[in-house]
Design a protein around this ligand. Structure first.
Ligand code: NAD
Length: 487
């Protein structure tokens, strides 16, 4: 596939995300030939670096974080030659003229069209000022295409997200905006649509006649790490539920799109959110569990509780765990509960989707009132990727008892591209399928907003859970009420 020559303008080029994810992703795309023939990359940061210092910084980042490092040093040198650095204070409009000069000079040198991709890897407070400076300086008035990639978080509640979006629209059109949700870049999440729709045997079973419930878990073993001040303001609801968990829900529950392009897939995802039953003030505590970890042990190591973590307000009521029961009120999903849970300092690091099927022939096989195990389809998203299906079978060695057997596929593909690689490649070729559209983001905030307010007003109990567990008992109780367990 031939990609348009372009200039990649990276705000926040001296930052942590650029070092760990963005440079390695760009380099791996470059090694795979998934890059335009001619391109220029301009890095921006506050530090006064020379081009050489910047290129040495990138080389170091590749050596530390790239999943591959071509032994052929010529390829790395060729890659680094495309990089230039401009020191710029993003809040100072005048310095953008210097940036425009540099970009135009490079466009002339390389004889490339004015295709410009702006990537804002900076704190959210700068997004507004940067896009308006891109507009006012003329950087955004290109004769080619322009695109904007922005990182999460997109707002901190419904209103701030709406305001931010309005501001972005003054410079970029919706189809020019690529909102990163890195969960959508995970290979197994991108594979979900194929697993569901390219397999008729699953497609026919995807309805409330056959499925009893669906569970989506994203558990982490880490605590707040170096992000204490951010996390203490954000909590699991903003950090994980509003974006990643609801995106996983949309990808799992969406119906067959007319085609596999961004427009049709997004249409289906938006329908899921439109049909998601809103939680009223009085029902939130019935369907949502909020938790915070206490000290405990993870993989044999003692860890402190959330309140004792460095940088955390000692009396904080911030949520480090959220579980919820959701209902999608459409013809196919009516009556099928979807459960989500996410938390820090849990027993295992895992992101998975579990689809539990109904047991229609239970009476025939139940022994001594003990039900047989349900059929379960598990889609492992990370850190391991795979699919497993639990079936029932007679065990001849155990008095022909019905026992579960597992058919399993696990991806052992080496060198699977990282999320940022897949997403950046899509942005380079102008495919927004796996980026969050405004409507998805807005509907997600709309669903989350009453829960945010209930948390803020302390309308819900804050359940504690031991570090190293799978969350508070109340989360298990949520499923028990419906006769289910977390798988
Ligand atoms: P960072 O603090 O390491 O880097 C911030 C960058 O912004 C630096 O390059 C710095 O020079 C630049 N910057 C700050 N103020 C500036 C100014 N006034 N003028 C010019 N440049 C300025 O942050 P990071 O970890 O690289 O993350 C960047 C953003 O990406 C975060 O704010 C967050 O919104 C998002 N994000 C990061 C991660 C992650 O894993 N690091 C994950 C998800 C989202």
């Amino acid at each position: 596939m031939k990609l348009d020559s372009m200039t990649f303008v990276l705000f926040g080029a001296t930052g942590d995300l650029a070092k760990r994810k963005i440079f390695p992703a760009l380099y791996n795309l470059f090694l795979d030939g998934k890059f335009p023939h001619s391109f220029s990359i301009i890095g921006l940061g506050r530090r006064s670096w020379s081009d050489n210092t910047f290129q040495a910084h990138i080389e170091e980042s590749l050596k530390t974080f790239s999943r591959r490092l071509e032994s052929n040093t010529a390829s790395i040198e060729k890659f680094l030659r495309a990089f230039r650095y401009v020191a710029l204070d993003v809040t100072n409009g005048e310095t953008y003229e210097k940036l425009l000069d540099m970009i135009q000079q490079r466009e002339r040198e390389l004889s490339i069209p004015e295709n410009r991709l702006f990537y804002l890897s900076v704190s959210p407070e700068f997004v507004d000022v940067i896009t308006s400076n891109i507009n006012q300086s003329g950087l955004g008035s290109t004769t080619g295409w322009k695109r904007l990639i922005i990182e999460k978080p997109f707002g901190h509640d419904l209103l701030s997200a709406q305001e931010l979006n309005q501001k972005l629209l003054q410079t970029f059109k919706e189809e020019e905006i690529y909102r990163i949700d890195h969960y959508l870049g995970k290979t197994m999440v991108q594979n979900l649509e194929a697993i569901i729709f390219a397999n008729p045997i699953l497609q026919v079973l995807r309805n409330n006649q056959c499925i009893s419930n669906i569970q989506i878990t994203a558990s982490e073993t880490v605590g707040v790490e170096e992000r204490a001040s951010y996390y203490d303001q954000s909590g699991a609801l903003r950090d994980m539920v509003q974006n990643h968990m609801l995106q996983l829900l949309m990808m799992t529950a969406m119906h067959l799109p007319k085609s596999r392009n961004a427009k049709h897939i997004r249409e289906q995802k938006i329908k899921v959110m439109e049909n998601l039953r809103p939680l009223g003030k009085k029902t939130i505590d019935l369907h949502v569990v909020r938790g915070q970890y206490e000290s405990g042990e993870i993989h044999g190591e003692s860890v402190v509780g959330y309140k004792e973590e460095p940088g955390i307000t000692p009396c904080t009521v911030n949520d480090t765990f959220v579980a919820a029961r959701l209902w999608i009120d459409d013809y196919f999903w009516n009556g099928v509960p979807f459960y989500i849970r996410t938390g820090k300092r849990m027993k295992e690091k895992s992101t998975r989707i579990v689809i539990e099927f109904k047991n229609s022939f239970n009476d025939l096989y139940a022994v001594e009132n003990r039900e047989i195990n349900p059929n379960i389809l598990v889609i492992e998203i990370g850190p391991n990727e795979g699919i497993s299906l639990q079936l029932n079978s007679k065990n001849a060695l155990n008095y022909n008892k019905i026992e579960p057997i597992l058919t399993q596929f696990s991806s052992d593909q080496k060198d699977v591209p990282e999320a940022y690689e897949l997403l950046l490649f899509d942005a380079l070729r102008g495919d927004a399928t796996f980026f969050a559209s405004w409507k998805e983001v807005e509907l997600s905030w709309r669903w989350v907003q009453p829960i945010l307010e209930a948390f803020k007003n302390n309308d819900l109990p804050l359940h504690s859970y031991s570090a190293g567990s799978m969350g508070p008992d109340a989360s298990d109780q949520l499923l028990k009420e419906d006769g289910f367990i977390w798988w």
